[in-house]
Write a protein that binds this ligand. Sequence first.
Ligand code: AMP
Length: 296
Amino acid sequence: MFIQPISISPTRVASGNILMSTPFEALGLAAPLLRAVADLGYTHATPVQAQAIPAAMQGADWLVGSQTGSGKTAAFLLPALHRIIEQGPTAIHRVATPRVLVLCPTRELTQQVAAEAIRLVRHVKKLRIGQIVGGVAFGQQIAALKGADLVVATPGRLLDLAQRRQIRLDMVQCLVVDEADRMLDLGFQEDLTAIHEACADRDQTLMFSATFAPRIVQLASRVMRDPQRIELANAQDRHADIEQRLHWTDDANHKKRLLAHYLSASTLEQAVIFASTQIETEALARELANEGHQVA
Ligand code: AMP
């Protein structure tokens, strides 16, 4: 659990506007995608979107440095969906034959990315989004995958379905690896290699990672062709006005008391609290609401 007090100062908002200076219309995306982006209230591309979207639309392999909250999801979904829209619908096979495959390290992230993809294709007819996560009955998941053009998946369950011949990866044109650093932390290295080999005919790989640590660069050089990098110049110093503190706690109770202490500070107006899972987040939100906080 990590608590981040936020203060919305006029300078922060102003600098945000300066950074987000590329209007979406300038990126050459298909009209139904622009309509969906406008529905979502996005007017200007975030820095990672402004760089990664045109780069990915040109083709080639890209290794992109990106933090959570940077708008990275739309940065890879928009060019990937644009590719599918440009090609138009294809024949539906007995098993799913996605043209774009997005790999995520966790179930939660997979669901978030699939939900964003569904929002982005709301004005596109006949473009289906599929999702593959563990912990769901096979039959139900397989039925929902039929005809999916873009599939978002966690690696383990995807390979399981591929081995059962319930999905074919040989028609994947674009492979996206989201949060590659977490993927390695969670031990998905071998699964990534197997998936890389199963969609060897693809023409593009996009890899997103919070860091360009040597192990990420090594992974990129194994599964990508001559990858070019996009690194946002100010990715490191953007958070210079945030003070970070680390507290060791004895147990969960101690952690909660510490949280209560910080939340009771009279100077605190708003706070964002990060937890590691959806279940933990929901439980914590309920507890804080019971304690009288206004919680979302
Ligand atoms: P992500 O880094 O992909 O998790 O995105 C963080 C949040 O920013 C999500 O809630 C998105 O809906 C939102 N978002 C993404 N792109 C934009 C944009 N261009 N303008 C405003 N919000 C955005």
